[in-house]
Design a protein around this ligand. Structure first.
Ligand SMILES: [Zn+2]
Length: 456
C-alpha cells in the first residue's frame, strides 16, 4: 500500500475537516513546493482540496509561487495510487455497483433532475389534474420525486386498507382533534369519518400510471455509453463478475446483450432457472422491461431490445400491454421509483435483493460507478458495511465526480469497523465514461495507472 508521510496525512486531515487559514496554506505550500512532494506521491484528495482553498491562497501568496503549486497539483492522477497494488487473480470475484451517475452520460436525468423533467413533459400532455399536482408541489417547494412517489404509494396502500387510513389519521391528527373537541380550535376537518375520497384515489392511480409512463419514456431510447462498454470489455476478460444496479434503464443490459453475453437477472426468483455461466445482472429497483400484474402477481419480462425497437418505431400499444394475459388484471411496470419504502412496496424483488447482498458479500473487489449512496438506499449502505466488516480483505473502488463520497465512506467504516484500514477504499475522481475504461484496463493487464509525478 502506498504510504503517505505523517506530514502529508496531518495536512490532509486538517484541510478536510477545518477552516483553513493563511498559516495552514503556507504549511501546505512549503510541503508541496520545497519539501517532500517529489519523494512521495500526493494523495488525489488534493485535487479537490486545493480547488477549495485556491482562491484564499491567491489573496496571501505571490502568483508565481501559486502557479507552481497549480502545476504540481494538476499533475496529480485522478486515480488512487493504491489501485496499482490490487492484483486481481482470475478467481477473484468482482461486483460492480452501478447508480444513476453511470446513466447520466446516456442522457438519463438523475433523481434531482427527474421531477422538473417530468413536469416539463407533463405540460405537453395538457392535463388539468397533473398541472394542479405540479402547482401543489411548486408552491410547497416539493422538488424531490422520491417524496412525491412515496406519498403516492402510501396513499395507494392506505386506500386499499381503510383501517390503516384511520390509524394514520389518529397518529397524525389526534392532538388537533382533542383541541377541536375541547372547543379551543375550529377546523373544517371532517371528524370521525375516515372515508377515502374515491375520486381522488382513482385520480392517483391514473397519475401514477402517467408518471411511470413519463419516467419510462425518459429512459427507453437511451444508448449505452463508454462506461457500460468498458464494463462489458472487462467482463469478457474477467469471468467472475456480477453487476448490481439501482438503475432501471436498459443501458447496461443493452451493452451486455449486444456483446451476446447471456444474462441471469433472477427476476423470477427461482435459482433453478439461472443459466449456467451467464452474467448476473441484478437490477435492485426493477427494470423498464419488467411488468407485474396487480391481480394475479404474474411477472413478465419483455425482450428489451425488441421493446426498444417497438417504441422507436412507434408500434407499442399501451392499452394492450397494460392488461395481464393470464387474468385480465392491470399490469404495472415492475420498477421501484426512487421511493423511501422500497421493501414494503415491492415484495416481488426480495429474491433479487438477497442475490445482490450475496454477490457483494462474496466479492474481493467492489467497483462503485456513479452510485451516490443516497439516504433512500440505506439498505445498500448496510449491505456494504456488513460486507466490509466480515471480509477483511474486501476492497472498494469508487468512480465518481463527487470527491466527498470516499472520505464519507472511510469515516463511516472507521467508526463502525474495528481497526479499519482506510486504504481499502480507493477513489477515482471524475466522470465514469472518461475514466472507467482506463481503470478496468489496468486491473486486467496490471499496467500501472499511477506514475509518480517527477515534478521538481
Ligand atoms: Zn394477472
Amino acid at each position: 500500500m502506498t504510504d503517505y508521510s505523517k506530514e502529508q496525512k496531518a495536512l490532509l486531515r486538517k484541510f478536510r475537516s477545518e477552516t483553513i487559514g493563511p498559516q495552514d496554506i503556507d504549511k501546505f505550500l512549503t510541503f508541496l513546493i520545497h519539501e517532500k512532494h517529489s519523494s512521495e506521491p500526493l494523495h488525489n484528495d488534493w485535487l479537490d482540496l486545493w480547488n477549495k482553498y485556491r482562491e484564499t491562497a491567491y489573496k496571501y501568496f505571490p502568483d508565481d509561487y501559486l502557479k507552481r503549486a497549480d502545476e504540481i497539483i494538476s499533475a496529480i492522477s485522478p486515480f488512487d495510487p493504491n489501485i496499482d497494488n490490487i492484483k486481481l487473480t482470475d478467481a477473484a470475484r468482482v461486483t460492480f455497483l452501478i447508480g444513476a451517475g453511470a446513466s447520466k452520460p446516456s442522457g438519463i436525468p438523475t433523481v434531482n433532475e427527474l421531477l422538473p423533467e417530468m413536469w416539463n413533459r407533463a405540460k405537453k400532455i395538457r392535463r388539468d389534474d397533473l398541472d394542479k399536482l405540479a402547482e401543489w408541489c411548486q408552491v410547497r417547494g416539493i422538488t424531490n420525486i422520491e417524496d412525491l412517489l412515496t406519498a403516492a404509494y402510501i396513499s395507494n396502500f392506505s386506500a386499499a386498507n381503510p383501517n390503516v387510513t384511520s390509524l394514520i389519521d389518529y397518529f397524525l391528527f389526534a392532538r388537533s382533534r382533542e383541541r377541536i373537541e375541547e372547543g379551543r380550535m375550529t377546523h373544517r376537518r371532517h371528524l370521525g369519518s375516515f372515508e377515502v375520497d374515491v375520486s381522488s384515489i382513482s385520480f392517483l392511480q391514473d397519475t401514477l400510471q402517467i408518471l411511470f409512463g413519463l419516467l419510462t419514456s425518459t429512459m427507453i431510447s437511451a444508448q449505452p455509453n463508454q462506461a457500460h462498454n468498458a464494463i462489458v470489455d472487462f467482463i469478457r476478460h474477467h469471468k467472475k463478475c456480477s453487476i448490481v444496479t439501482t438503475n432501471y434503464d436498459g443501458c447496461m443490459d443493452e451493452a451486455i446483450l449486444r456483446a451476446e453475453i447471456p444474462i441471469n437477472d433472477y427476476m423470477y426468483g427461482d435459482q433453478d432457472e439461472a443459466i449456467q455461466g451467464a452474467l448476473s445482472l441484478i437490477k435492485m429497483h426493477g427494470s423498464i422491461n419488467w411488468a407485474y400484474c396487480d391481480s394475479c402477481q404474474y411477472i413478465i419480462r419483455f425482450d428489451l431490445l425488441k421493446l426498444k425497437k417497438l417504441y422507436e418505431d412507434d408500434e407499442l400499444s399501451y392499452p394492450v400491454v397494460g392488461i395481464c394475459k393470464n387474468c385480465g388484471g392491470l399490469r404495472r411496470p415492475l420498477l421501484v421509483p426512487p421511493l423511501a419504502f422500497k421493501f414494503l412496496m415491492f415484495p416481488n424483488l426480495i429474491y433479487v435483493w438477497n442475490k445482490a447482498r450475496r454477490s457483494i458479500e462474496n466479492s474481493e473487489l467492489i467497483i462503485v460507478v456513479g452510485y451516490s449512496f443516497s439516504e433512500a438506499d440505506t439498505y445498500i449502505t448496510k449491505i456494504l458495511l456488513r460486507s466490509m466488516s466480515i471480509n477483511d480483505n474486501q476492497k472498494i473502488i469508487v468512480v465518481d465526480t463527487n470527491p466527498d463520497l470516499v472520505p464519507l465512506l472511510i469515516d463511516r467504516y472507521t467508526a463502525q469497523i474495528e481497526g479499519f484500514d482506510e486504504a481499502r477504499v480507493m477513489k477515482v475522481v471524475g466522470p465514469c465514461d472518461a475514466y472507467l475504461g482506463d481503470l478496468l484496463h489496468s486491473l486486467t493487464t496490471q499496467e500501472p495507472l499511477f506514475e509518480m509525478s517527477e515534478a521538481s
